[in-house]
Design a protein around this ligand. Structure first.
Ligand SMILES: [Zn+2]
Length: 273
């Protein structure tokens, strides 16, 4: 990307000019599409979503969102939502059927990034047995422990636990495609290995997707910590990191569960570019 101004300003259109922008020209197409991964629920968040008793009667519409990132001919699916048999919050249409509307098959999904091990983020993982699963090491350790962590949805990972699929436990961040365009960011606290997602789109600009770093605007704005998070200190440190990154990158922040953030991206099947 830096090559362009150097070319135009300092070098004119020399032979070098042709060579340098080649990398920029080959930057693959990058798009971001919201996939619906559950039926919205009107949640009373007053009891469990603040360990400082911040909310008396607050009810928030929770949505369940997954995201498809297209990077050239490669795809990353971020989170896999509720399972189709999850009861009231189960999705109406599976991820695989929504991908079909985009003319994308499960086999084309190279990576599945899992923000964390809870059931509403992992339910449809078994539909993607060929994908390399990116998940925080802290969560992977919690899934594979002799006594799995409370809240870890172990069953969908069976194919990967038994060696049938590729898994990449992340101790820190992961530059997914090696060009800085899509980064899985280490934001522990909700769970030990929780991660968020940064997508650096050309037209829309930078987008930061929270995972469950915060579940709704009130908690994001007020550094709220749910009582069921695994670490209050890590949650606050992760919120601090995420907010500073969002400010520095002038990023659009999408709180994955907050229904008020759904229209920050184009409605399915349209993609942000
Ligand atoms: Zn969660």
């Amino acid at each position: 990307m830096l090559a362009k101004p150097i070319c135009a300003v300092a070098l004119g259109c020399s032979a070098l000019c042709v060579a340098l922008p080649a990398a920029a020209q080959s930057t693959p197409e990058l798009t971001l599409t919201r996939i619906d991964c559950g039926t919205p629920v009107h949640n009373d968040v007053s009891a469990r979503f603040s360990d400082t008793f911040a909310y008396k009667d607050l009810k928030v519409w929770f949505t369940y969102s997954c995201y498809l990132v297209k990077h050239g001919s490669d795809y990353l699916l971020w989170d896999t939502g509720h399972a189709m048999n999850a009861g009231a919050p189960a999705p109406k249409v599976s991820i695989v059927d929504q991908l079909a509307q985009l003319h994308v098959t499960a086999e084309q999904v190279k990576y599945v990034g899992i923000s964390h091990y809870h059931a509403d983020h992992t339910g449809q993982l078994p539909s993607f047995p060929d994908a390399t699963v990116l998940i925080g090491k802290g969560d992977w350790d919690g899934i594979t422990a002799a006594k799995p962590h409370a809240g870890a949805n172990v069953a969908p990972f069976t194919h990967w636990i038994t060696g049938g699929g590729k898994i990449e436990p992340l101790a820190g961040d992961k530059d997914v495609f090696g060009d800085g365009s899509v980064t899985v960011i280490n934001t522990p606290g909700h769970t030990p290995g929780h991660h968020s997602l940064l997508v650096r789109l050309k037209t829309m600009g930078n987008v930061l997707i929270t995972g469950d770093l915060a579940h709704f605007h009130e908690n994001y704005d007020g550094n709220g910590v749910p009582v069921f998070n695994t670490s209050r200190a890590e949650t606050l440190a992760s919120l601090d990191r995420f907010k500073k990154a969002a400010a520095n990158l002038k990023a659009t922040v999408i709180i994955q569960h907050d229904a008020r953030d759904v229209d920050k991206l184009p409605a399915f099947p349209a993609a942000a570019q």
